[in-house]
Design a protein around this ligand. Structure first.
Ligand code: NI
Length: 182
């Protein structure tokens, strides 16, 4: 089922997600709906708040061709897509990358964000098993972007001052249209 994607300005995007005590069939169903919604919107990641929910869950599907180097593709190759992560927590970060990023809650916008180049993330999978993945490059960017969402942090908070200034009017209009919460 396609879900409505919450846009910037809505209060729920600033709320913190609550860890789920167990991965129930209802939560697996929610994750499936989130994936369907993400693919339909041509996104590579989606977090619970973006569909108006506060359970700690995000979904990610970054195609290998989004990575700039063969080395990063090879590094990430063992990570099966899509990633469905319940209660994800980044447990270590290293390096730095500066790249362009977008978000389904900010249609037709993008800006540069500096992020760690490599992250290790612990999460619970759809079977309720604890997993740990280490990823690099654009996939690492997506994991950081989605775990930020679950903490009520949006990529505009981290965007370069120059890009944020260039988007200021668009951001204001979008926020005003969706409840005015920035
Ligand atoms: Ni986003």
């Amino acid at each position: 089922m396609l879900l409505d994607i919450v846009k910037y300005g809505s209060a729920v995007l600033r709320e913190k997600a609550v860890p789920v005590p167990a991965v129930t069939s209802e939560l697996v169903h929610l994750a499936e709906d989130m994936l369907q919604t993400m693919y339909h919107a041509k996104g590579v990641g989606l977090a619970a708040q973006q569909v108006g929910r506060l359970e700690s869950v995000c979904v990610i599907d970054v195609p290998a061709n989004c990575e700039e180097s063969e080395e990063v593709k090879a590094f990430n190759a063992s990570v099966k897509m899509p990633l469905v992560m319940f209660n994800p927590v980044i447990i270590s970060k290293s390096g730095e990358q500066d790249g362009k990023e977008g978000c389904l809650s900010f249609p037709n916008m993008g800006g540069h964000v500096v992020r760690a180049d490599q992250v290790t993330c612990q999460y619970t999978d759809v079977s309720g098993r604890m997993q740990i993945v280490t990823v690099r490059g654009f996939l690492a960017r997506a994991v950081q972007h989605e775990t930020d969402h679950l903490n009520g942090v949006l990529y505009v908070d981290l965007m370069s001052a120059e890009d944020k200034l260039a988007l200021a009017n668009k951001l204001k209009k979008l926020a005003n249209k969706n409840g005015g919460n920035i």
